[in-house]
Design a protein around this ligand. Structure first.
Ligand code: ADP
Length: 272
């Protein structure tokens, strides 16, 4: 039957993804305590949604055919739950693979790119997440002609993590503002929101893998976003930092070294 096939396919996809994750770690030194902890955390985090999917699939499999009216309603709710769990797992496994590859020494290929274009693309994508919260896009003039040595997809991903968080942790009617500036040899992108803010005791921990703040339990998330954004920034010779105050929203800053500024006699670092 159609829905059963779909669920079966989803579970199969996950098993493949988990196998890839497992492979990534098998190739590493298994005695490394930090990696073992990471792998233990991964399986812990993945087990709950996988168990829910498993039991829902079992229940769906026992429903009589043809479906009663009540069964149809139950079936569609059950499938919606499975879809939500699988989306969450798919996201988590994709994020875990990025971190697993980073641990295995993966690097990002860097080439000269126009930073304003990357920010424009990320903001256009982020506008779709803005559910009742206003997105104030940046004035890109400060970055006109600014080239960084980077990878557009990865930089977009890092910005989308910051933007996604800003929207997730800002209840409507709030604001998310993106601002850009040149800061000597670096380009600076600030993502500022008017949301929940981050309590002082959590500030040291938010970049850790799997850390989720107490303010975050209502929103869906994995606790991996900021760890990935930091890795991407560091691959570009840059940083992601928090400047925020509790109850007054948060401000995250992505800083990247400028490679060249076209139309300007000043150049920094390698032109590429
Ligand atoms: P996730 O958002 O999936 O939980 P992240 O690694 O992206 O994971 O963020 C870690 C934690 O940092 C979040 O759980 C949340 O507590 C806090 N956080 C991140 N961004 C914001 C923000 N803009 N406003 C408030 N809290 C935030």
């Amino acid at each position: 039957h159609g829905s059963g096939d779909e669920v079966g396919k989803l579970v199969e996809t996950f098993n493949e993804m988990l196998a890839e994750l497992d492979d990534a770690y098998r190739s590493l030194d298994r005695s490394n305590q930090q990696l073992r902890q990471f792998l233990a955390d991964c399986s812990h985090e993945l087990r709950a949604p996988l168990a829910r999917i498993r039991s829902t699939v079992d229940v769906l499999g026992r429903l009589d055919e043809p479906a009663e009216h009540d069964d149809a309603a139950f079936r569609s709710q059950a499938l919606a739950d499975v879809a939500a769990d699988t989306d969450r797992m798919a996201r988590m496994v994709r994020q875990l693979l990025i971190l697993a590859r980073a641990d295995a020494g993966a690097t990002i290929d860097l080439r000269p790119i126009a930073l304003a274009d990357v920010i424009g693309t990320a903001c256009r994508q982020a506008a779709r997440m803005a559910n009742g919260v206003k997105l104030l896009p940046p004035a890109t003039e400060p970055l006109t002609g600014v080239m960084v040595r980077g990878d557009a997809d990865h930089l977009e991903q890092a910005l989308l993590i910051l933007l996604d968080n800003a929207f997730k942790y800002t209840p409507p009617p709030g604001e998310v503002r993106v601002a850009t500036q040149r800061d000597g040899t670096h380009a600076r992108i600030d993502v500022t929101d008017t949301g929940l803010g981050i309590p002082p005791e959590d500030r040291d921990k938010i970049f850790e893998r799997f850390f989720r703040g107490r303010n975050a339990t209502a929103a869906t998330g994995t606790g991996l976003g900021l760890a990935i954004a930091s890795w991407i920034a560091s691959q570009h010779g840059g940083t992601v930092e928090l400047h925020g105050t509790q109850g007054e929203g948060s401000c995250f800053t992505l800083r990247l070294p400028i490679a060249t500024v076209s139309g300007s006699p000043h150049t920094f670092g390698h032109a590429g």
